[in-house]
Design a protein around this ligand. Sequence first.
Ligand code: ADP
Ligand code: MG
Length: 870
Amino acid sequence: MSLGNQPSAPLSTSPGVEGLSSETARELLASVGPNVLPAARKVPQWRRLLAELTHFFALMLWAAAALAYIGGMPQLCVAIIIVVIVNGVFAHIQQERAQHAAERLQNLLPADVTVRRDGSLHTIKASQLVPGDLVILAAGDRLPADIRLTSASGCSVDESMLTGESAAVPKDWNDPAWGGTFLVNGEAEGLVTATGSNTKLAAIAALTSGTTSPPTPLTMELRRIVRLIAFVALSVAGVFFVVSLLVGIVWRDSFLFAIGVAVALIPEGLLPTVTLSLAMGAQRMAERQALVRNLEAVETLGSTTFICTDKTGTLTQNRMNAVEVHTAEGLLGIQGDGYGPNARIEGQGRDAALTVALSARAASQGRAVQRAGEWTAVGDPMEAAIDALSRRLLGSEPGLEEPERRFAFDAFRRRESVLVGTTLHVKGAPESVLPLCSHGAHELADAVESMAARGLRVIAVARRQLPGKPADWVNLPVEEAERGLEAVGLIGLHDPPRQDVGDVIAAARGAGIRVAMMTGDHPSTAGAIAREIGLMGPDNLVVQGSDLPDDNQMLGALLDRDGVVVSRVSPEQKLRVAKALQARGHVVAMTGDGVNDGPALRQADIGVAMGLSGTDVAREAADLVLLDDHFATIVAAIEQGRATYSNIHRFLTYHLTDNVAELAPFVIWALSGGQFPLALGVLQILALDIGTDLLPALALGAEPPGKRVLQRPPEKRHLLDRRLMVRVFAVMGPTEALIAMAAFSTVLFGSGWARGEAWNPAVLMSASGAAFAAVVLGQLATAFACRSATAPPWKQGWFTNHLLLWAVVAELSALALFIFVPAVATILGQAPPPAVGWLVAFTAIPGVLAVDWLYKRLRRRNNARVEAAR
Ligand code: ADP
Ligand code: MG
């Protein structure tokens, strides 16, 4: 990539360009309004609610209600209508909450711009921008509004979001550029021509706001599950219909019963519970400084098996300190605190070191500034450290001349050059700078290695004196400028590791996640840091980006191990690494901050961008934004992702378990050819599904991450996997069904009923009440059992999920209401059971817990055996 081959206006402020006065800006803002895109025309609330009442399942239910009415079962009709409405309102509330959560998260994304106002630079919120503002843009920035360029240096803009064209478009002085596009190369300053709803992007957004985004894999998986269950429900209903006809029930009653069975078995409340649980996961991640940009990323995060992470700022603090300068005159050590001007200096070559520092400073924009008595970095921390170094060596404030030209740093060049007067100052990675030198480089080569081996980031500094006047060189192409340099020295910078990063890497390992470092830094520096923080794996493998094998399979085989370091890596290589690891079955999380990291971030299953130091381009391409840039935040997000996925499993298990218990009475009734009375009626089943079950399911969806979430390997499994099926259909479901039937039979036979006799309706109602109570109590135990897939509830503590405790209170209150309030109980077709009925019903609690405990024990033993056999 070549820069500077286009003519460009000088970077320095043209005289008289002071920007707007803040006064004018404020007035303009009041008259044109804030610089925000008009909200997509929202579907009104009532239409969204209506949609929840008229989707496929809802329509089926409406039809069922109508049939029930025509068939002369008004109670069933009313019950079904209540089901539709309760479910619709419930789904609606969950969707709204999820929506609000997503909007709130979007608002946390940083959106600041630098403008020239009142003659100096200010950072303001992008929404405060007004036409006439002068904005300053660097590579990687998103254009905050439509602008006309007033100066441009090597600029190109990615306009794909407007035109679909992926190649970047070169832009020059006086060219227009559009809000929402990205500056991918160079630097620019521009005059804002239109903001907010007047921008080109707003016009396009208005056109496309009607289209909906395609469903995500999770949504599709859930739809698959719901369809499957619906299919099973309809088949069961069909069988039930035929059997009732065969045993001689009039066809209309059979039909209505069949409809009732189908209605009862369809889990309409499942999808909104999932959405809510994902939204809750996203919210918890945000509390840990991790922003997911779409809800499904919450689930993907949980299955991450490989993290490719940056070094600078992610594993280290990005608080640079220049501690050594190496010149022809020797090695100078500098010990100072932070970015302040005081330091202890010892060693040789102080004057030469000052020359190095000042040249490096001339080729930098980052500065150390004193704010409220504290020295802090503004801009690139490494450049601020160089500024501090100059101050320490000079003992006073260095002066600064305006540069004529800048050839900016990027991840390919790994260097930056600035023309000041007729002197070109160059600083950058030694391998990038030293080969351009015609003298002085050779002597420095050994020092590079020894400094890097101590974990220092090494920057080579060089310069070149051009003959003639500055004006002769203003249009000099970069290749022409950066050659025949004189190497003047090396600066060694120390960047301390983040404090807890070693523990976090160990935690990631414990969770079966592999961690690799992908850095633009020198191999020895990267290796030294990797060793220091305990990232380096047993193979001690440090590969340079340029040495990576060309064959993707070999690349995958080389890198698919724990603790690899890839140094001097380019964005393209990161993209290849992501693909190669994915080809080996990994779910890859990859960090990136640069302009060119977009493709790698998009390719990775989880693209991770930096909220503090990254570019807008990277954030736009990412699934996860780390507000604090910290590696630990990635692992925290993975932990939360796993927890959320487990929660979905939990309430799915819970919901399905009582379907088994609800179905059993019908099966027995049908198998007995209608001789054995129906233990639970359709209305009771509806009362279970939308009455007693709803809140415990929600509470399970809010389960906080367990202590051991990170102590097991990642698992990539379907929501409806074998383990879940076994637990539901072979363990807890049948137990609950058995006890419900036992409670029913005890009351029934206790009354002296024998097969073939007519049923006493009063006895039947109290027997049915016993069965109902047994299912509710069994579900209570199931809720606690579902909290863990491996441990019994008493190991977890009964009181650790407060929401669940409240849900259980609500569940028991509902049970009391359904059984003891005569009006309600009669409609449902039940009555309070006798003491013996209650007794059997209550055994559902220890019964379900005991069976679940036995199953968990067996499984654990089995797993241990499998483990031992390996
Ligand atoms: P990292 O993976 O550590 O973030 P970068 O891609 O930011 O690495 O930087 C790669 C290399 O480029 C650094 O090791 C350094 O030698 C050089 N470099 C980084 N920033 C600058 C800069 N502002 N000016 C000149 N060279 C730089
Ligand atoms: Mg970097």
